[in-house]
Design a protein around this ligand. Structure first.
Ligand SMILES: Nc1nc2c(ncn2[C@@H]2O[C@H](COP(=O)(O)OP(=O)(O)O)[C@@H](O)[C@H]2O)c(=O)[nH]1
Ligand SMILES: [Mg+2]
Ligand SMILES: [Zn+2]
Length: 335
């Protein structure tokens, strides 16, 4: 890697291509710099978790020497994939920035890796963040009748492309490459073990990612969220591999979410505008349920997600109310 020493101290545009616990790697042209996250971002992140630089961010960097640089600015994000942080917290987490296509991966391995409810949640997350999705049904080499699963997924998500694929045999890879050509930055999403890293390796035709790597633990035994990494595909977009994501809680409105478009449409005919479809009279959603035109689990998933949503909004309002109160107290002491 040739680096131009005259870059030192200059401001350069770059992209975050690797995110580890304490370090980010920024790439400008073909050159990569290791960037410590400066205190300013940590401080700002304490106010709003969404201001911290993440994988996919376009940034300005200032090289300090030929290996290290400082991130001085995050450029405005075209999209951000935001979810509620895993665990009992109200914090938000930006999983990736500037992504325009999500590859939502499930596996046809006969186990629990084909899960329509999980697909619904992933699609709610991506479409509520304005990111297009493709459903990938991987490991189709292990399934005798992939058509049934494809039909099931297509029926539930009529406007999302559903594609069977095998990282092992290469089936469907050409078609996927074709689809990827229209994207700028894609991200692989899915539970661990569905074959995301294997798909990256197959697309790149080389082993860049460790397959079968369970999430690594740090010295304190916590799971780390390290190793989000972005790879340039030959004449294609960038593609981001993520560790397995099981828990998905959106924080934005479920309205306009493709996964629940059918419910939103039915809701237009509910008697009350703010109908919650739980026990209200004149509820078109409950009528459809009675008539057998709606899968009960689909509605339940929607109601569950909305409850989580409401609880999150409420607790965030509460914590910002407390923060305001604290800052007033502080001012009283200061004056
Ligand atoms: N039979 C078969 N196995 C696969 C396929 N894709 C991945 N695997 C296997 O599934 C396991 C998990 O793959 P990995 O890429 O690590 O999953 P990740 O956790 O989503 O990144 C590994 O043992 C892979 O060899 C596939 O298309 N067919
Ligand atoms: Mg992996
Ligand atoms: Zn209703």
């Amino acid at each position: 890697m040739q680096k131009d020493p005259s870059c030192i101290g200059q401001t350069l545009p770059a992209r975050i291509v690797r995110q580890e616990r304490d370090y980010l790697t920024a790439r400008t042209g073909d050159v990569e710099y290791l960037c410590a996250v400066v205190g300013r971002f940590r401080l700002e992140a304490a106010e709003s978790e969404t201001r911290f630089p993440v994988i996919g961010d376009r940034v300005q960097i200032t090289p300090q020497n030929d290996r290290q640089a400082v991130i001085t600015e995050i450029l405005p994000r075209t999209t951000s994939l935001i979810r509620r942080k895993a665990g009992k917290t109200t914090e938000l987490q930006v999983l990736a920035a500037n992504v325009d296509l999500a590859l939502v991966v499930h596996a046809l391995d006969g186990g629990r890796n084909f899960n329509l409810r999980r697909m619904e949640r992933f699609l709610a997350l991506t479409s509520s963040n304005n990111i297009r999705s493709i459903l990938l049904l991987n490991k189709c080499d292990l399934c005798e009748q992939p058509e049934d699963s494809i039909r099931e997924a297509t029926a539930l998500f009529p406007s999302t492309p559903v594609q069977r694929i095998s990282a092992k045999t290469g089936e469907g890879l050409t078609e996927l490459r074709e689809r990827l050509r229209q994207a700028d930055t894609a991200i692989l999403l899915g539970a661990s073990g569905v074959g995301k890293s294997a798909l990256i390796n197959a697309l790149l035709k080389q082993d860049v990612q460790r397959v079968n790597a369970a999430r690594e633990k740090d010295k304190r035994g916590r799971h780390t969220t390290t190793n989000r990494q972005m790879f340039p595909l030959p004449d294609g977009p960038w593609i981001i591999d993520t560790p397995g994501i099981r828990e998905i809680q959106t924080w934005v409105s479920l309205e306009n979410s493709e996964a629940f478009a059918d419910l939103e449409e039915l809701a237009q005919s509910c008697r009350f505008r703010d109908c919650r479809h739980e026990n209200e009279p004149g509820c078109a959603v409950l009528e459809a349920l009675q008539a057998g035109a709606l899968a009960p689990k689909h509605l339940q998933n929607y109601i569950d997600m909305r409850r989580q949503q409401d609880a999150l909004v409420k607790s965030r309002q509460e914590s910002s109310r407390l923060a305001v109160k604290r800052s007033w107290k502080q001012r009283k002491y200061d004056s």
